[in-house]
Write a protein that binds this ligand. Structure first.
Ligand SMILES: CC(=O)N[C@H]1[C@@H](OP(=O)(O)OP(=O)(O)OC[C@H]2O[C@@H](n3ccc(=O)[nH]c3=O)[C@H](O)[C@@H]2O)O[C@H](CO)[C@@H](O)[C@@H]1O
Ligand SMILES: C=C(OP(=O)(O)O)C(=O)O
Length: 441
């Protein structure tokens, strides 16, 4: 098993470039299923495990894909299957995002039940409610969800009980090819939804209002390929902003979009971190002590749940007591147990964690419990005494491109230890990071 070993004590300095956003590119790749003709050429596609998984899924449906230097080319004209297997959906919940496009284009879809995961039960009732409102029949059995519709889906008014990111995306993709107009109310407003809507509009869809709570989609009869560049990953950017702050460093996070990171920037400033917003990125510096702050995760534009564990790492080295409240997922404090292994003083009370700052963190063996928790443990390791050894790196590889290399370039004392056998395999297929085709093998 791979491990990341971090030796604390180095202040990070320099420039780090943010990769394309995982949470934007996954729905965009799913949306390419809607193109009956032409190819989709998508650039700034991060070479992440999750990207490989969704590409494998599309390939299993007869779609052809090539990936070269972060450009993904997809030809979905020959779509031969409408099934998403358990093996691939189990690896990554976002696989469920193929249901809307398949249903809209083929009138049927059969997708394995995504099930729960470490951060919560994560139901999909809002996705299904949207499809049903558009005329689909849903059946659940033998571990699969099967959706069918006679003819085309019909536009509908859909009020989401929860402003779900995935449900907004799935319904928006389905509605793009439906007959008539769909209105999604209480829609999620995340920047990734705007990026997906821009991509769909380039394919010929007619979507207005993405980025607000009310999205209007006028269905079209046909969609085609297009070119698109994925937005920078605001969570990866936020993670490096915390890396600068926690180590008392000075880092320019290149490509970070200030507008997407307002809630993170505001909290860091409240803690005493110096943030300079520039046109092509954000400079983060910290010289003085950090102040404790309270924070609550909320749907965008509130504080992102995907930054909660990284901020908790930062609060561990602040002065005073902070209260972190998680309102988006019901079980996203798994990292607390791991933080305790490095001497963190955190108490959980219901949906809040009481974080006592100022304990001396001491390196230990810890395991990533989800991808952000993995990153947060590495961040804590940057300021822990001695060596922190982080395992279960498959979580980190889902969502961070070259995480260790990027930290190393900023001066961190960090290394990824790969078992000998795997190192040999890696040497043979060294091109994997820039060019793999068609199944990223
Ligand atoms: C691939 C991707 O983009 N993942 C992001 C997406 O996940 P995802 O799209 O799964 O998150 P949602 O916004 O759907 O989930 C938010 C909350 O709504 C609940 N819910 C959701 C759908 C539904 O039908 N019923 C229901 O009850 C979930 O259990 C959760 O408690 O948004 C999350 C919230 O910002 C992020 O943490 C994830 O990184
Ligand atoms: C929870 C996350 O992703 P996913 O929804 O893909 O599990 C995340 O990116 O932090």
């Amino acid at each position: 098993m791979d491990k990341i070993i971090v030796r604390g004590g180095k202040a990070l300095a320099g420039n780090v470039k943010v990769s394309g956003a995982k949470n934007a590119v996954l729905p965009i790749i799913a949306a390419s299923i809607l193109a009956e003709e032409g190819t989709c050429v998508i650039s700034d596609v991060p070479g992440l495990d999750d990207v490989r998984t969704i590409c494998d899924l599309l390939k299993s449906m007869g779609i052809s894909l090539t990936y070269d230097h972060e450009v993904l080319t997809i030809d979905a004209s020959k779509l031969t299957s409408v099934e998403a297997s358990y093996e691939l959906v189990r690896k990554m919940r976002a696989s469920f995002l193929v249901m809307g496009p398949l249903l809209a284009r083929k009138g049927q879809a059969r997708v394995a039940l995504p099930g729960g995961c470490a951060i919560g039960t994560r139901p999909i009732d809002q996705h299904l409610k949207g499809f049903e409102a558009m005329g689909a029949k849903i059946e659940i059995g033998q571990g699969f969800i099967e959706a069918t519709v006679e003819g085309r889906l019909k536009g509908a008014k859909i009020y989401l009980d929860i402003a779900s990111v995935g449900a907004t995306e799935n319904i928006m993709m389905a509605a793009a090819l439906a007959e008539g107009t769909t209105l999604i109310e209480n829609a999620a407003e995340e920047p990734e939804i705007v990026d997906l809507a821009n991509f769909l509009n380039r394919m010929g869809a007619k979507i207005r209002g993405a980025g607000t709570g009310s999205i209007r989609i006028e269905g079209v009869e046909k969609m085609k390929g297009c070119t698109h560049c994925v937005i920078p990953d605001r969570i990866e950017a936020g993670t490096f902003m915390v890396a600068a702050a926690i180590t008392g460093g000075d880092v320019f996070v290149e490509g970070a979009i200030c507008d997407h990171l307002k809630s993170v920037t505001a909290k860091l400033r409240e803690m005493g971190v110096d943030i300079e917003e520039q046109e092509n990125g954000i400079r983060v510096r910290r010289t003085g002590a950090l102040k404790a702050v309270d924070l609550k995760t909320l749907p965008y534009p509130g504080f992102p749940t995907d930054m909660q564990s990284q901020m908790m790492a930062l609060l561990l080295v602040s002065e005073g007591t902070s209260i972190v409240t998680e309102t988006v997922f019901e079980n996203r404090f798994m990292h607390v147990e791991e933080f305790r292994r490095i001497n963190a003083n955190i108490k959980i009370e219901g949906r809040s964690a009481i974080v006592e700052g100022g304990s001396k963190l001491t390196g230990s063996k810890v395991a990533a419990t989800d991808l952000r928790a993995g990153a947060a443990l590495v961040l804590a390791g940057l300021v822990s005494e001695g060596e922190t050894e982080v395992s279960a790196l498959h979580h980190i590889d889902r969502g961070y491109v070259n995480f260790t290399e990027k930290l190393l370039a900023l001066g961190a004392d960090v290394e990824r230890v790969v078992p000998e056998e795997k190192a040999r395999e890696k040497a043979v297929s060294e091109t994997i990071k820039v060019s793999f085709s068609p199944n990223f093998a």
